[in-house]
Ligand binder design. Sequence first.
Ligand code: AMP
Ligand code: MG
Length: 423
Amino acid sequence: MLSVEEALEQIMSYVNVLEPESRRILEAMGQVLAEDVYSDINVPPLDNSAMDGFAIQAKDTKGASAASPRILKVIDTVIAGSMPKLEVRPGTAIRVMTGAPVPKGADCVVQFEDTDENARKPSLPPGTRPTEIGIVVQHTLGDNIRKAGEDISKGARVLSKGKIIRPPEVGVLASVGRSTVQVIRRPTVAVLATGNELVNAGQPLPPGKIYDSNSYSTAALVARYGGIPRLIGVAQDTESSLTAGLQRGLDADMLITTGGVSTGDYDMVKDMLSTQGEMTFWRVRMKPGKPIAFGTIRGKNKDGTVRNIPHLGLPGNPVSVMITFELYARPAIMKMMGKQNLARTTIETILEEDVTNSDGRRIFARAVIEKRNGRYYARTTGPQGSGILTSMSQANGLAIIPEDREIVRKGETVQALMLNWDE
Ligand code: AMP
Ligand code: MG
């Protein structure tokens, strides 16, 4: 039986980074940049005002104070988005709004608060502006001027290949005028549940049947980690039904089945794999999730040529599905997307109860992890049956009990893999 690390290594050796595609910048969120992005322009394009105020020459403010304002003639107004028509000369000022290009001749901007504008207003007819302004604070060269190219200079590389597109990157791309960008495409993951007992949510539940939750939790995980989930339905517990079901997913980048891999019905997946592809491994020393299988299924490319599609045969129990997905499908999807940092955050936590380990497998115990007095504590969500799906909803992490420990006692430190943790 493989260790968790060996199983992961095998799976990762069968998945590759996908090709780039062109996406509109907002739709590229969460994808990995497949090009270096250079700017054709300066950002900002021109020197512009950082304040609402007056563009002037700094030397005209020498010695200015409230008691001794420097009076300048206001010759024009420039708003953001238009170009100045006049030049600032000694003794003159041009009223400018934030973002307005700085007029020629000006070397600083004095914000309204540093002028006597408010004091002048009451004596003016409504809707008019003073033709003179008193500067009441001395200013120096460059004050309140944002220099052309101070954010991005023309020709500079603004984003590098491999960067994940997050909101700041979307903004930066827009700021240099890019509406589309090359990113690694998202993998399509086809999800097939197996089991004669399964009924789709929304239908009546006949006796002896259960609702199929695995298709939905798996598809939700695919979406959460950046893939495109495709539900391809439910297969009955026969090799022919499974094979027929998988036909619907043969153009996907990865296939995930759930169920049909435990000892009782393992042969179904094994038989299917032997005719439709090749099995790489079955069973991993972990709990829950031991009967996971992995192999490749012969699929087809768009041009009809044969392609081996990685196939994860997840167990049937709903908790095992989610935990094996976290450990194996998540990094596989992220690798296909071109991501580099594939490991989940793990932290040291103090166990708040004894956890026993009966058969030398690594236990991933659903746990609630809390910070108290600067340390992290982990308590289990209670009964750890792999059918208790609500426990996954309570847990924010998985406390890891090593395979070589028969018992880990309350108060001991263990690693916890964080599931609901800011990434
Ligand atoms: P299996 O490995 O196929 O025998 O499944 C193990 C257990 O998980 C059985 O109790 C199944 O009823 C349950 N199970 C299998 N598939 C699903 C599913 N899609 N949704 C919910 N429970 C399932
Ligand atoms: Mg089954």
